[in-house]
Design a protein. Structure first.
Length: 439
């Protein structure tokens, strides 16, 4: 065996060490019997050369422990071989030179590549935004890196609740977008991870909510008194809806949910209304209200003060009373009041948002001339931050911010009133987009 082969073979894994050692120390033709070690050595050259010192040392220790003479010899040989490697290469014949070239190539130091620092920023949706289950949610972000161009980066969107939402490549400006309608209901911590070509990652995250509509209240069967409580002239109509007054003069009533509390924050509420059929041009109107009180007892104390006529069964402040209450109302007003006791912004029928029990302050309103047709119409109310959007049969009436407004939640209910003029005042199919409590 040539010195080179011996050296290479000696660097093999421990199980072959003894055999190889003997072949190297006995330069006879018998050494050729060790040839099977060569193909293994050739195949494992890269590993063997780089790991050789460890393997040799480990084997030397292991074999020394065995107390065998042969083992001691081989350990010594391995140690000498490792130490003498440089010297042997220097004076080696041509086949040794080939091996030396490979060894040099293998130990060539790695080129130090400068590492970039990536950055990830979620730009949409806003933190704490709430979405309706099944509707598309549009995510957007910016992915950049101190070295790599944005299109060289990888962007990955994930939800802590639903896992991977999608991967994409940023455009030249670093913009990454993803739209999905697959988010499950509940709170999600959305994360954008940006990875640069070196595998270094940056992340940004924010919480959003995906909410499901509550089961609609159909009011098709007699009300459960533990949930819906009736006050004044209101009643449940066997036709399958709530009636606030009946078609008679001088009535006012209320029906309230005393079992559930609408959470504060963004909310969507949908219900159906029908009014009309009355005398003297029809009046006065009705309202959906959410009153922010801590208990049903407090709620009832407020409701007990609510006025009739132009106060629509919910007015307790302004021209209608002196109560201080935090409340949100959407009124459907079908009679023009002018200082009796409050004043309307238009002689026409209107739908308006009022606050805190004051029917005289119309924060947002729109004329709805044909509303007294005693047909069913759908009203939706969407609160997003200080903005309130109201639609009537899918037509937007208004979508504006109310200064300093914050939906505070509370107990939800309905009121209505008649006076000299009358009308039916019906509510049905209440749906509330369940508020996900989003941090
Ligand atoms: Ca119904
Ligand atoms: Ca009217
Ligand atoms: Ca009015
Ligand atoms: Ca009004």
């Amino acid at each position: 065996m040539t010195p080179t082969l011996c050296r290479v073979a000696t660097r093999l894994a421990g199980f072959a060490l003894l055999l190889v050692s003997m072949a190297c120390t006995e330069p006879t033709t018998g050494g050729l019997d060790a040839a099977p070690a060569i193909p293994i050595g050739a195949g494992g050259l890269d590993t063997a050369t780089s790991d050789a010192p460890d393997v040799a040392a480990g084997d030397a220790a292991a074999l020394a422990d065995s107390n065998s003479d042969a083992a001691a010899d081989s350990a010594a040989t391995a140690g000498v071989d490792g130490a003498a490697a440089e010297a042997s290469d220097a004076s080696a014949p041509s086949d040794a030179a080939d091996a030396a070239v490979e060894v040099v190539a293998d130990v060539k130091p790695e080129v130090v590549v400068p590492k970039g620092v990536p950055s990830a920023t979620i730009t949409a949706p806003t933190k704490g935004a709430v979405f309706e289950l099944g509707k598309p949610v549009e995510f957007a972000g910016i992915a950049t890196d101190t070295l790599a161009a944005s299109p060289q980066l990888q962007a990955l969107w994930t939800s802590d609740k639903d896992g991977v939402l999608g991967a994409s490549t940023p455009d030249a400006q670093g913009v990454v977008k993803l739209t999905t309608n697959k988010l499950s209901a509940g709170q999600h911590l959305i994360q954008l991870e940006v990875k640069n070509p070196q595998g270094i990652a940056a992340t940004d995250a924010r919480t959003i909510g995906v909410c499901a509509w509550s089961a609609p209240e159909s009011f098709d069967t007699k009300l459960d008194g533990a949930k819906w409580k009736i006050y004044g002239d209101a009643y449940w109509d066997p036709g399958g809806w709530l009636e606030m007054t009946g078609n008679a003069q001088g009535k006012f009533g209320k029906i309230w949910n005393i079992a559930e509390y609408v959470q504060p924050g963004d909310v969507q509420i949908s219900f159906k209304i029908a009014t009309g059929g009355g005398i003297n041009g029809g009046a006065d109107g009705f309202a959906m209200s959410v009153i922010d009180v801590k208990s049903v007892a407090e709620l009832e104390a407020v409701l007990a003060k609510a006025g009739d006529g132009g106060c629509l069964g919910y007015g307790v402040s302004g021209a209608c009373g002196k109560e201080k209450v935090s409340a949100f109302h959407v009124e459907i007003d079908t009679f023009k009041n002018a200082g009796d006791p409050n004043t309307d912004p238009t002689p026409e029928n209107h739908i308006a948002v009022t606050l805190d029990g004051d029917p005289g302050k119309h924060w947002l309103w729109k004329e709805t001339p044909g509303i007294e047709d005693l047909k069913w119409h759908t009203v939706t109310v969407e609160v997003k931050g200080a903005k309130v959007r109201v639609t009537l049969d899918t037509v937007e009436l208004f979508n504006d911010a109310i200064p300093d407004f914050l939906f505070r939640g509370g107990y939800i209910g309905f009121t209505g009133s008649t006076g000299w003029a009358s009308n039916y005042h019906r509510f049905d199919e209440l749906k509330i987009l369940q508020q996900c409590v989003v941090k």
